[in-house]
Design a protein around this ligand. Sequence first.
Ligand SMILES: Cc1cc2nc3c(=O)[nH]c(=O)nc-3n(C[C@H](O)[C@H](O)[C@H](O)COP(=O)(O)OP(=O)(O)OC[C@H]3O[C@@H](n4cnc5c(N)ncnc54)[C@H](O)[C@@H]3O)c2cc1C
Length: 493
Amino acid sequence: MSTPATERDPRRGALVARLGRFLPPDALVTDPVGLRAFETDGLTMHRRLPMVVALPGSRDEVSQILRVCADLEVPVVPRGAGTGLSGGALPLEDGVSLGLSRMNRILEVDVANRCVVAQPGVPNLAISEAVAGYGLYYAPDPSSQIACSIGGNVAENSGGVHCLKYGLTTNNLLGVEIVLMSGEVVRLGGKHADAGHYDLLGLVTGSEGLLGVITEVTVRVLPRPETARALLLGFPSNEAAGACVAAVIAAGIVPAGMEMMDRLAVRAAEAHCHPGYPEDSQALLIVEVDGPEVEVDALVERITALARGEGATSVRASTSEAERQRFWKGRKAAFPAVGRLSPDYYCMDGTIPRGRLPEVLAKIGEMSESCGLAVANVFHAGDGNLHPLILYDASDPEQIERAEAFGADILRLCVQVGGVLTGEHGVGVEKRDLMPEMFSETDLRVQQRLKCAFDPEGRMNPGKVFPTLHRCVEEGRTHVHAGEVRFPDLPRF
Ligand SMILES: Cc1cc2nc3c(=O)[nH]c(=O)nc-3n(C[C@H](O)[C@H](O)[C@H](O)COP(=O)(O)OP(=O)(O)OC[C@H]3O[C@@H](n4cnc5c(N)ncnc54)[C@H](O)[C@@H]3O)c2cc1C
């Protein structure tokens, strides 16, 4: 039997020996069976075994691991819970996958300053659970929130159902601690609202593990609204539902969430968990409003009138908390529910100006017919953040190719109508080669110069986000050090 590629690398022996000096034996995974658990993330089309997996339990261990890797010139892929949908945590055969799942403690609940300090491996939902007793919660709520880590949320700038009103991770993040590839520890932001100087915290948010390893996160938590009610609005077409989204926003209403599901997704959710959705509708909107009771009741009436004006065929507003939860149940379970329709699905993530929703949804329907793969649409309509789920069978290589080509065409369409390649799932390996659709060569080189400032040797998650990685020496010298950033010789483009 031939030796697996991960074991052939000449640096492997020295790496394992040096990491084994300070990591406990169960924090170092080297056997092929154990490595298999880390071969992919939520983008399961791509799989690769890492050379080694390291599972540090503290910031100091992260720093030591990075120093060893820098010394041996081994690249590193940070990994949270591995729920990412763009292949950001896809391992490298010649690299270390650095899993943060053991750093899963909430370090501080600071009610007076309305914030929580957590290690990166804490699941998103655990933050809300930790402050629930104080009437507080953490607003960004990805549908994966039981599993995904807060470090992964920062690295992807994750969103969720309630981000329309309360913002994405970046709008709820106060501070981070990151460890650079050199092992150096840098703290950005803190419990205070704004930091002076360059917005390096903004830069780290959404950086997809390319700049450093996030080892601590401070997030803002909010008081739970007094009341929340959800409306279920059924429409005769996707276009009519899209027009209703535009009408609600144009009326100056900011719902807490405004989600859309098309007929296929509604049927799958109904069969999966019976939330009571109107199955005769071609498209469903779930609109939630929250705040003081009188305001919420008035908004429910206004949205009902707007929906009827756009041809809604069914309108129901929740009258109890149990009913509101039931309305959301089908939406929250929509991805697994769609798994009942087809062996595999490929979740896309492009964002468009909301006013273009009707035409883009119609065009996706035409593209689906011409390529012969069905699409279920479940998405954050209020943000214009589309999630077409392309149904395919991964056991057929020809279908994989067709699904990927169809997905790329959807993302090109998003850019053509004035949108962007990703709303919340990141670029990773999935959208890397589409970056030039949106950015010029100069844009990409400037972005890369920022990476070079944090990671001059290009060892932190290489092969992700940038279609071509230029060597940092070509990009000029810029370095971030703890507490300061120096830009001595910015080149002109
Ligand atoms: C069913 C399902 C539903 C989903 N719904 C949503 C949704 O509603 N909204 C949404 O935004 N996303 C959603 N996602 C995508 C995913 O859950 C998010 O992107 C999430 O933030 C990833 O977190 P993770 O801990 O799993 O990160 P991983 O998948 O492990 O990693 C994601 C990226 O972050 C980097 N990274 C992870 N941890 C760190 C760290 N500590 N330091 C530096 N870099 C790090 C990795 O290198 C990688 O590039 C969904 C996924 C699934 C499977």
